[in-house]
Each structure stands twice: as C-alpha cells, then as structure tokens.
Ligand binder design. Structure first.
Ligand code: PLP
Length: 459
C-alpha cells in the first residue's frame, strides 16, 4: 500500500476502449420488448429516436468497444479524473479502514454525466442529426447534454422535472449558458404532457413524465433524436471509463478494493464505476462486496418488483426487465433529484437479482448528515445523490471500527453540490425532512405495471 493521497493519471492513461460487461455475464440480458407485440424490440424500431452506432452498442457482445478519438479529445478536458484518499474523513471516523473516492465532480458540468453525453452527441452528429431532446431531473443530465451538444454543434431541448426546475434555477441557467432550450415538465408541448396536466395540474413532475415528453418530441421530428442519461446499456458502457481508471489507480497504490460503493438513480455511475471490477469478480480474480445505494423514498432495488415495465410514465418506451416501483409512480420531491426514477438499469438489476450486487436504501437526512461531514473533513461539497454513496461508505468504515478490519472502501464521488446549496441551507436550518416510505402510492403504481412474463411474449 502506498501512502499517496491523490493518484492523478496522465492523459496517456485515458482508456482507449469502453468495457462491455454483457459478454461476461453468467446469463445473457433479457431483451427489451415491444409493448405492442410482446416480442423483442428490433434495432430498426429504435432508429426513429437513436443513431445506429448507439443501437449497435446497446446490443453489442464485443468485450471492448473503441472510444473514438474525437470523444477522447473532449474527455481530455477533465479526464482522467483523480482518485483521492479521504484521510481526514478516516480520522474523524477513527476507522482502521482506508477510504478512497473517484472524483467525477471535476468535469465542467460537475458530475459523471458528460462521459456519456459527449459520446452520444458525437454519434448523433456523425449520423446527421441536428437536435437532441432529453429529460432532466435535478438538471445534471440536462446540463451535461447541453455542454456536449454545444461542443459538437447540436441544438438541445431539455424537459426538466417541474419540482427541480423550481428548486434549482441555477442548473437551468447553466443549460441556457451552454445554449439549450429548457421547459418545465409536464409541458403543453407534447400529447403526453397535456394528458398528465389535464389529470393533475399540480403535479411536481417526474423523470418518467419528462422522458415521455422528450421521446415524443424526438419521435415526431425527423431531424431530432432522443438522448437518455442513464438506464440503457450504452450509457453504462460509456461510463466504464470511471471504473477502468479507478482500477489502474488502485493498482498504482497497490490496493485491492474490499467494498465498492456508488449511488443509484438509473444506475449509470454505479455501472460505470463497478462493472470493470465485477468483470474481475466474475473471472474469480477479485473478491469484493459491491453496494448499490438508493433513497428510502424511491427504493427501486430494495422494494421494487423484478418485472418488465415501461421506462416512462406514458408507456412510449420499450418494456425493460428491471426492478420497478411502477412506471406511474411519482416519487416524493427529495433533493437528490437524480435518484427519483421508478426503475433502474436492467444490467444493474440483473446483477442484484443474481446476488453479485447488494442494495441498500437511506432516508435523505442521513445522507445530508454524511455529505456535511464529508464537506467538513475533505472539503468538497457533494451532490445530494453522492451523499447516499458517502453515507454507505461511512457506515462501512464505522463497522470496521468495531471489528478492527482494515478494509479498503472505494466509492464513486458522482458529482459536486454547488447547485444544491438551497438544500444544504434547509438541512443546516433543520428544515429538511424525511418522507414516509410511500407504500400506498407504490402499491397503486405496481398494480399498473403491465403483466408481461419475462421471455414469454404477449401478455
Ligand atoms: C444523475 C446523477 C446520479 C444518478 O444517476 P445514475 O444514472 O444512477 O448515475 C448520481 N449522482 C449525480 C451527481 C448525478 O448527477
């Protein structure tokens, strides 16, 4: 073990290929289904909203997929990112554990999200698309895509979940600054939005609703495609630069991880950070615990049902086999807006199902407490989403204090919280509350999940 506090790789160490976990899985992933036929979606069906290159990546069984030089050129603006040791936090916790974190907050938009936004903008541009439509929760994905579109000369339309549009005005400004158009969702611009507004004019919105609007926008405009910030295989694929760099950095330190932790909204930072390690676990070359952390008010992996469900509220997307709280579930307006999604990446769900990944849920005040301790020891202000990973890392370190184990705990620091200071203000003034586990709302939403049996075709 080396005593470094920061491991900075040189630009030469930037990964040349993304790591594809699909060919390494014990069983092949269940295909997305066309809701009209119950049959697997055909690549041609997706061409109305995605470029061919991304559809190929979505279904690829190649073990490695080369990163285009144009994408690597943009990555070099902030990548490779540092791996840091949280020594002050260790000291504050009086733990014998060693805590490391991969710092994805150093990107221009401040999170891991541009790792895929840049790749998606590049492939869409290459295939002649003029505009991208997307949804955003807390605004991190919208700002990452706005940034990437700007660099590749694309227009960008963002449907922003209304509660976040109101809570996070500065993320909106950031998107405007990079040239995007931003609408509070649900809007009157789409059929999906109009329908939801007519049923519930005061809805806070949800990621599921915003996705419906962005997909409809893309499907009804020939020069426009849709971009998704999480959940899909190609998104997790692009994020594997995180885990690949982390693996190299730990090697330089002479460390092997005992516990790997990331928060889960749709699963992209979790997948990107852990998949290269899970690949090693599957090959028997590493033994480590892998922990996925989610909010107790949107407990997809810990309380959801593993079944086929829509990715959006209106039921426009293919059916995905995943843990879900029901596509009509509207989670409470917690401040970790990026974690308010009814489903999760099918690849992550499959790993949970197969017992390779353990899931845990925390209420938001426990996560803010952890985030504040982190800011007061390590200095960086975490995004509320990242606070979930930090909470779990701290709890693991505290357990080591009891058992005396010198575990190596590594977590992904998915983003900074500079645009979440209103939430921190509320926490510091004691105004932040935990929501009850929305059992009744989840039960209702689960009743509206389509009854598809995995692998059985039509209902
Ligand atoms: C969007 C976001 C998340 C959650 O999304 P995933 O796809 O699960 O990674 C977590 N942390 C930050 C900082 C985010 O911006």
């Amino acid at each position: 073990m080396s005593s470094e506090t920061r491991v900075i790789l040189s630009e030469r160490d930037l990964p040349e290929a993304w790591f594809n976990i699909i060919p390494r899985l014990p069983s092949p992933p269940a295909p997305p289904l066309d809701p009209r036929t119950g049959e697997p979606v055909r690549p041609e069906d997706l061409e109305r909203i995605f470029p061919r290159a991304l559809i190929e990546q979505e279904m690829s069984t190649e073990p490695w997929i080369e990163i285009p030089e144009e994408v690597r050129k943009v990555y070099r603006l902030w990548r490779p990112t540092p791996l840091r040791r949280a020594r002050n936090l260790e000291k504050a916790l009086k733990t014998p554990a060693r805590i490391y974190y991969k710092d994805e907050s150093v990107s221009p938009p401040g999170s891991h999200k541009p790792n895929t936004a840049v790749a998606q903008a590049y492939y869409n541009r290459r295939e002649g698309i003029r505009r991208l439509a997307t949804e955003t929760g807390a605004g991190q994905w919208g700002s990452a895509l706005a940034f990437a579109c700007r660099l590749f000369g694309l227009e960008c339309t963002v449907y922003m979940v209304r509660v976040s549009y109101e809570q996070k005005p500065y993320r909106r400004t950031l998107m405007h600054l990079w040239g995007a158009e931003v609408h509070p969702s649900p809007t009157e611009r789409t059929e999906a939005g109009r329908r939801i507004l007519s049923e519930n004019p005061n809805t806070p919105g949800s990621l599921g609703i915003a996705i419906s609007e962005a997909v409809e926008d893309a499907a009804t405009h020939r020069d426009t495609n849709y971009a998704l910030g999480s959940v899909l295989n190609h998104v997790l694929l692009h994020q594997t630069v995180i885990g690949l760099e982390t693996r190299k950095q730990l090697e330089i330190l002479g460390e092997k991880p005992d516990v790997l932790i990331a928060c889960v909204g749709g699963g992209s930072n979790f997948g990107g950070f852990t998949f290269p390690f899970i690949g090693e676990i599957l090959e028997g070359r590493l033994s480590a615990e892998v922990l996925a952390v989610e909010p107790a008010s949107c407990p997809t992996l810990t309380k959801g049902v593993y079944t086929y469900d829509y990715g959006d509220t209106a039921g426009l997307t293919p059916l995905l086999l995943m843990h879900t709280l029901g596509h009509t579930f509207e989670p409470p307006g917690i401040h970790a807006g990026g974690l308010r999604y009814h489903g999760d990446a099918p690849l992550v769900c499959q790993l949970v199902k197969e017992g390779l990944v353990r899931a845990r849920a925390y209420p938001q005040t426990a996560c803010f407490e952890a985030a504040v301790l982190f800011a007061r020891t390590e200095g960086i202000v975490p995004a509320p989403e990242t606070g979930h990973a930090i909470r779990a890392a701290i709890d693991e370190a505290l357990r080591c204090r009891e058992t005396g184990e010198e575990k190596v705990i590594v977590f992904n620091f998915s983003g900074h919280g500079h645009f979440d200071l209103a939430a921190y203000q509320a926490y510091l003034e004691g105004r932040l509350e935990d929501y009850e586990y929305p059992e009744e709302k989840i039960r209702e939403a689960l009743e509206r999940v389509p009854r598809f049996e995995p692998g059985r075709g039509k209902p």
